[in-house]
Design a protein around this ligand. Sequence first.
Ligand code: GLC
Length: 744
Amino acid sequence: MEEAAVHRKSGVRERTDEEIAEAVEALLADMSLEEKVGQMCQCQASNFSFGHAVESDPPEKLIAEGRAGSVLGAFDITRVFELQRIAVEQSPHGIPLLFHADVIHGSQTIFPIPLAWSSSWDMEAIQEACAIAAKEASASGTIFNHGPMIDITRDARWGRVSEGAGEDPFLGALIATAQVAGYQGASLHNEETLVACLKHFIAYGAAEAGRDYNSVDISEGTLRNVYLPPFKAALEAGAGSVMNAFNIYQGVPVAANMFILKELLRKELGFDGILISDYGSVDEIRIHGHAKDTKEAALKAVHATMDIEMVTRAFDHLPALVKEGKVSERQIDDAVRRILYVKYKTGIMDDPYRYIRPEKEIEYHFNEAHLQASLELARKSAVLLKNNGVLPLAKDTGKIALIGPFADSKDLLGPWQFSRYGHETVTLYEGLLEKGIPAERLLYAQGSGVNKAIDGGIEAAIMQAREADIVVLALGESSDMSGEAASRMDVIIPEAQQRLAEAVIAEGKPTVLVLTNGRPLVLDWYDRHVDAILETWFLGSQAGHAIADVLTGDYNPSGKLTMSFPARIGQVPVYYNSFNTGRPVTDTNGKDKFISKYLDGPNDPLYPFGYGLSYTTFDISDITLDRREMTADDTITVTVNVTNTGGVSGEETVQMYIQDCCGSIVRPVKELKGFRKVWLEPGESREVTFTIKVEQLTFWSPASGYAAEPGTFKVYIGSSSRDLSDGLEFELLDELNHNGEELN
Ligand code: GLC
């Protein structure tokens, strides 16, 4: 790879946007129609596929002939150099390639899965993780990320909840913004940054029954008030690209949807970056039943302003469509302008090999500082769901029986990772040993497989449990049980592990459940049968150390759920920011018949959004509002006192929810509108404040568009969406529309 260094240019100056525009026009004017279309086609670096197999010429041929402008999945620096060299030296204008990859929660150093890191509610830590991922990935030549995934998700059956930030639009928007800042840094010209790609636009997480790629049927109000906020915020943060979702919206596949892509994304949100199709989704317009053939599908995608088609060659029809007058060359030019702009902006037009830096791979990949950052974020991502006092493990805890398929497993990285260092993932057993627990006191038994029993596994586990003073059950899902194309009908701990748990728990020892999983699970049986439950998701390269830090109390857990854990699968989708209905369950009518409830179980999730315990306790009190009326020009200050009433220092995430009590469309019973993370010593108190502005009261309705409507609101403060103060009322006295005009 020294050869790449020879080709790299030093001191390449960043071009201004004016200079880029001029260069793009000059190049565009000299390109043939076929060459322009070539820039709109993405090929795969190898036959490693992210979806169904694709019939196409090999990448070397496509690139040399100018029939590909970007490459998906070139994870190897040598392959990147090889393909870039073909583009530069053999293609008609020598236009360099963009190299795309899915960098979802780390490149070589793996961080907690996004659903885990979202539980940290720590934007700086998430941003740092993405910046580190960008440094590691770009060192190998990756320029363009297929991330962040910022789909709101309310259905635990959907495997891709693991890739997102849970059910809340406000928190999802903050986390999306942090990720864009982390990946893109201050300038895309910096070769240590990646072009962020917001996916999947839009409402992919609303797939019916949680079945991946399934139909979506939601109102425009739900689209705009629930699924759009993270995209809106991330676009305002300057994201360079967007990827369409596989689903339909109001009957039209998003890849062909003029309202979603051209009206909403391009015109209303002002997005002028690269719009890339998700894998095969252009041709799938035909399979959905919205185009008679691939050619018509390509036509519809280009009319919806799709710029790059991901790897299935549907855009090979474009030259003919232009010649038939069905697509204008201006539409092609507009797409190629957006692509060439990014190629100039990232500097590869002036220095094609600038990202290919083997020396930086050696310096950055899986280095100590990155591993430390991963460990720190992993600690913050664990969520303590139950604890009757058995945790933290006392230093003089006798023998610990560590039992289960995840007790000494390296499958702690989760879906969507391609690290070469998976074999160095720290297991829970290793993490506990490194805490100084002597091996003779750490009794191990795998007990069962993830989905299958092991001959004699339960018997061996029982033997260990009998010897032990406390049992740590390490159970959950393997990495391939969540992520893409991994929906589950029963979101439970698999049967073989349930059998193991029942047998071990029958031994009557104090039992801690440590969970490794990519989605909320139904844990009601465990909640009734174990003494403590620690949710650790997939915590990444340093998982074993992070879990051991929490179990031993070296780190006091501070994570808060960003997705509700259902009490029963029949509740799903279950989420906190729901509507009241006309017949809500109240504190007094639970025995009535004609109310919105189940005959065979509760309405409430087992563990709600915003919930997470600590090894200490906190008291939230003295909540005051500095005013009870506000106009659109005013703000209200909410003041709260937080006290650590327990025996160890710890962090509480104080949450503020607001309810719009009456609107032109019904509004959720509460919505997260602010939070404060507060670290307190035992006995320490701190006053924290929140500010309420009219923008936080704004929502979209068919009648008024985006507006804040006058009327009564309630403020709730607490430690989760369930553990809240009584509502404190205030009045908004006038109406403000999205242009900031007062309407009355
Ligand atoms: C997959 C995913 C998308 C990913 C793409 C390329 O089908 O839906 O999230 O970025 O293909 O890997």
